[in-house]
Structure formats: structure tokens, C-alpha cells
Ligand binder design. Structure first.
Ligand code: AHR
Length: 518
């Protein structure tokens, strides 16, 4: 009898353990919270945040988007296979011709009959420049793509006259010397190029024509005045500091103070790296990006304060990416892995969190050179970083929301900061009432069960899930296998209780949840 009773007790204990374990696996208690309030808006996710950059560097132009004589190219020399995947990226604005290259570039070398154009030494990248791809080839490419062109002027070794003549060549409709040169080169109608950068990284000692903040600001001011007298509808981007080892804040302060009545944007550049081979530390770069934006925004505000009717000035993040493995010797042909794809989410989350300030962004660069697309003579493959660019791009025009996040935190060596494991942004498409929740789980090994709570409006229906995840942080795509790192999609029907639902974000993953609102 006693023996039977003991067995019964043992059985009950075992059964209750089995049931409780099952219950736990089915419903892991949420350790994190994301609170959405569609009334708490930040600003428009500006379409120009989905820009790109094409520099005369390595195989970006020649052998990238342009390869005369290739069976893969059209009659003008544009690679058709590359064009198709660039088209799918839906690039809103394309920066050209550099970068560092711009500071030694004479734009007049790149116009007129191709066979008469001079070959020059490109001092920035120690290469030869044939000039067979110039202003007309670039602007035609933008028109074919339906992309806004964005020209970076030479404010390194160039002059005010070079700049104003370039605007006259592209934008003037009357019969002037440079407008008629354009006509002679086959283009009657002005291109109406709206976006112009007043030089590139002029604070960098590596830059041709490197200047002090005062020297640069004076030249940029005179250039801006002259260009606007040619075309007052243009928008100008000042060269912000990219030399973070030096006093970048003082540079940006002088630039915005001097140019506050002329410029529309100030540029920021950031290349992140995982040279310590520490995933969570790599993902912590997002707070540096946040910091660059917030400090620059504060400098803009101080320059505007006291002015009766200050000119709006925004941040153009016109070079950003992961870059640390390759240099000029490898022509910056960085092969991206799975964790680099997650860094794309880190940048976009930061841009969206500052959507009231960041109104343009250009990933550097588009093809072969630190790029999402790699080519050879026979074809191309898509790198891991390509896919988040396409997916985040679908949020252009949405309204960015101020999102509350509570999550376990972590620290990285030699820093005081506590980083939340979840790096989040969210946006609302007000036309079709779709809510996008962009979540980067920066934990290397912890899945994070999260309660997603909604404050205004009612969550309804299924949730579409886009996810980038891989067991191998270092997995790459290649010509031989370009399917190794790809996103997955699924639709879930979460249990909605009190306008909330639960979702577990897997360790080291990037997830976009699309939620319908009523
Ligand atoms: O994108 C590569 C180079 O990085 C650009 O030419 C320069 O602006 C930056 O330093």
C-alpha cells in the first residue's frame, strides 16, 4: 500500500513537471517591452534616407555599373545585370563622383567626345582615370534609374569658378557658354541637378586640399553664393567633420555658424568595424551613431538660435557602412558577412530615431567597393548587406515613432555605458495604417521574449515577419553560393490581449514586424 502511494506521488510529480516545462516552452515570460504610441511622432522617414554612393574608385564605376564592350552591357556601356539589381534597391539619391576622388577631379575632363577625353592620375586612390564616365554618363544613369543625382564638388583643389560652371553646364536653360557645351554634347534640356555637396571630408589630412575649418567655411560660403546666383533652387550640403580623432565638434560648429544662411544639410560620415571580433561590442556602435547625430543637431540649433527666421538645416549621413578589412590595395572589395547585415539595421534604426534631423543618407558604396553588389566579367552576386537595404527601404515616407524600449542590458570592455540588448525603431505608414517594428537583438546568445504593447489605435490581424538570422555570424555569400545568407519571411497570428502581443526575438537577429492597425 505504502509502495503504491509513493509511486502515485512520484507519478503526479513527474506529470506536473512535464506540464510545467511544456507551459514554459510555450509561453516564455517576457523579459523585454516595446511600447508603441502612434501619437508620439518624430518626423517623416525621408525618402532620401535610401541613397547610395558611386565613387571613381576601384571597380565601382568601371567594371561595376559601367563596362564598355561587355556582352552584359547595353549599347552605352551600362551593365544591364547590375542595373536590374540596383533598380531593386530603389536608390532614391546617388552621390558622385567621390569621396576623396572629388577633391582632385576636374569635371571638364569628363565631358565631350569620349575618345578625346584626357586620362589623368587619380591622386586620391593612386589610379588612372580615363574619364570615359563623366557628368553626362552619370546623369543619364540617374535618369534611367529614376534616382535623384547628387554631385560632390571639388572643394579640395578646385575653385569657385569650377563649381559655378558645373551648375551652369547641368542646370542652365539659356544660351550660355557652358549650357551650349551641354547641348553640343547631346543634351538640350537642363538636367536640373538639385543636390550639391560643398566638398568631401575637407577636414581630413588625407584629403587633397585639406583645410582648416575657417579656410573651408570661407571657400564654401563664396562657392555657395556663386552657385546660387546661377541656380537658386539648388540644395547644398556642407562638409561636416569625419576626422573623429581631432576636434570634430569645433569643425562642425564653425561650418554651421558660417554657412547657416546658405546650406541645407551638413554631412556626417561613419564607417563601423568589428576589428575586435566581439559581436556585442560591434553592435554597440549604434550609440556612437546616435551621438554624432545628436551633437551635430545641437550645433545646428545653437547656430540657429537668436535668428528670427532660421533656415532649416538637416543632417546628410552621406557616407555610412561597415569597412575595416580592406584598403586601397584591395580596392576596398570588402566581403560582407551575416553580422555586417545586422549593422545595416543599426544605422537605419538610428536614422529613424532621428528622423526629424537626418533627412538624407547614402550608404558607401553601391557596387564592388564596400558594396552590397559584387560583379565579375560573367555576372554578379548579392552580398549579405543587400537585403536589409531593400527591406528598410519599404518604410520611406512613413512616420517615425518615438518608441519606448525596456530590455536587459550589457556592457562592453572599457566603457561605462549600459546598452540595451534590443536596438529598436518603429514607423507608421499612415496611408494603409501598417506599423513597422524594426528590432535588432544584439545579444550573441540570448533569445529575448518581448511584450509589444500598443497605446493608440487597435492592433488587428496577422503580423508579417521579415527576419535575418544565421547560426554562423561570419557566413558570407559568394559567386559560388549567393543564397547562404538570405532573409526569411513568415506570417504569424499572435494572441492579442489588451492591445498587446508577445514575440521572441532570436539571438543575433534583425527582425521587421509589420502589424496592421485599425
Ligand atoms: O568611401 C570610401 C572613402 O571613404 C571616400 O572616398 C571618403 O570620402 C571616405 O573617407
Amino acid at each position: 500500500m505504502r509502495y503504491r502511494l509513493t509511486r502515485l506521488v512520484a507519478c503526479i510529480t513527474l506529470l506536473s513537471f512535464v506540464f510545467s516545462t511544456q507551459a514554459q516552452t510555450q509561453q516564455t515570460p517576457a523579459v523585454s517591452r516595446i511600447k508603441i504610441d502612434t501619437d508620439r511622432t518624430i518626423g517623416e522617414v525621408h525618402p532620401l534616407l535610401f541613397g547610395n554612393f558611386a565613387e571613381h574608385l576601384g571597380r565601382m564605376i568601371y567594371g561595376g555599373i559601367y563596362e564598355e564592350g561587355s556582352p552584359l552591357s547595353d549599347q552605352f556601356g551600362y551593365r544591364k545585370d547590375v542595373f536590374n539589381v540596383v533598380k531593386d534597391l530603389n536608390v532614391s539619391i546617388l552621390r558622385w563622383p567621390g569621396g576623396n576622388f572629388a577633391s582632385g577631379y576636374n569635371w571638364t575632363d569628363g565631358i565631350g567626345p569620349k575618345d578625346q577625353r584626357p586620362t589623368r592620375i587619380d591622386l586620391a586612390w593612386n589610379d588612372l582615370e580615363s574619364n570615359r564616365f563623366g557628368t553626362d554618363e552619370f546623369l543619364k544613369y540617374c535618369e534611367m534609374l529614376g534616382t535623384e543625382p547628387y554631385i560632390c564638388l571639388n572643394l579640395g583643389l578646385g575653385t569657385v569658378d569650377d563649381a559655378r560652371h558645373w551648375v551652369e553646364y547641368t542646370n542652365e536653360s539659356r544660351h550660355t557658354y557652358w549650357a551650349d557645351q551641354r547641348r553640343k554634347n547631346g543634351r538640350e534640356e537642363p538636367y536640373k541637378v538639385k543636390y550639391w555637396a560643398l566638398g568631401n571630408e575637407i577636414d581630413g589630412p588625407w584629403q587633397l586640399g585639406n583645410k582648416s575649418a575657417e579656410e573651408y567655411s570661407k571657400l564654401a560660403l563664396e562657392t555657395a553664393k556663386a552657385m546660387k546666383l546661377v541656380d537658386r533652387d539648388i540644395k547644398l550640403v556642407a562638409s561636416g567633420s569625419s576626422n573623429y580623432g581631432a576636434d570634430w565638434i569645433a569643425w562642425n560648429r564653425t561650418v554651421v555658424n558660417t554657412l547657416r544662411n546658405q546650406i541645407d544639410y551638413i554631412a556626417i560620415h561613419t564607417y563601423v568595424n568589428n576589428s575586435q571580433n566581439d559581436f556585442e561590442r560591434f553592435m554597440a556602435w549604434s550609440s556612437t551613431i546616435d551621438n554624432y547625430i545628436e551633437v551635430t543637431a545641437a550645433l545646428i540649433r545653437q547656430a540657429q538660435s537668436g535668428q528670427q527666421n532660421p533656415r532649416p538645416i538637416y543632417v546628410a549621413y552621406d557616407e555610412w557602412n561597415v569597412w575595416y578589412r580592406t584598403g586601397n590595395r584591395e580596392k576596398l572589395e570588402e566581403v560582407y558577412n551575416f553580422e555586417d547585415a545586422l549593422a545595416m539595421g543599426m544605422f537605419f534604426n538610428s536614422f529613424f530615431r532621428h528622423a526629424n534631423v537626418v533627412k538624407m543618407a547614402n550608404i558607401a558604396q553601391m557596387v564592388n567597393v564596400i558594396a552590397p553588389i559584387m560583379t565579375n566579367k560573367q555576372g554578379l552576386y548579392l552580398q549579405t548587406t543587400y537585403f536589409p537595404l531593400v527591406e528598410y527601404g519599404k518604410q520611406r515616407g512613413n512616420t517615425a515613432l518615438d518608441t519606448f524600449v525596456s530590455a536587459p542590458t550589457y556592457k562592453v570592455p572599457n566603457r561605462q555605458t549600459e546598452y540595451k540588448y534590443l536596438d529598436v525603431s518603429s514607423t507608421l505608414n499612415t496611408k494603409d495604417q501598417t506599423l513597422y517594428i524594426n528590432v535588432l537583438n544584439r545579444s550573441k546568445d540570448k533569445d529575448l521574449a518581448t511584450k509589444i504593447e500598443n497605446q493608440a489605435g487597435q492592433i488587428s490581424g496577422d503580423v508579417a515577419v521579415w527576419e535575418m538570422n544565421n547560426t554562423d555570424l561570419k557566413a558570407t555569400n559568394s559567386f559560388a553560393d549567393d543564397k547562404k545568407v538570405r532573409p526569411t519571411t513568415k506570417t504569424i497570428t499572435p494572441k492579442i490581449e489588451n492591445n498587446s502581443f508577445s514575440y521572441t526575438f532570436p539571438a543575433h537577429s534583425l527582425t521587421i514586424l509589420k502589424v496592421k492597425m485599425r
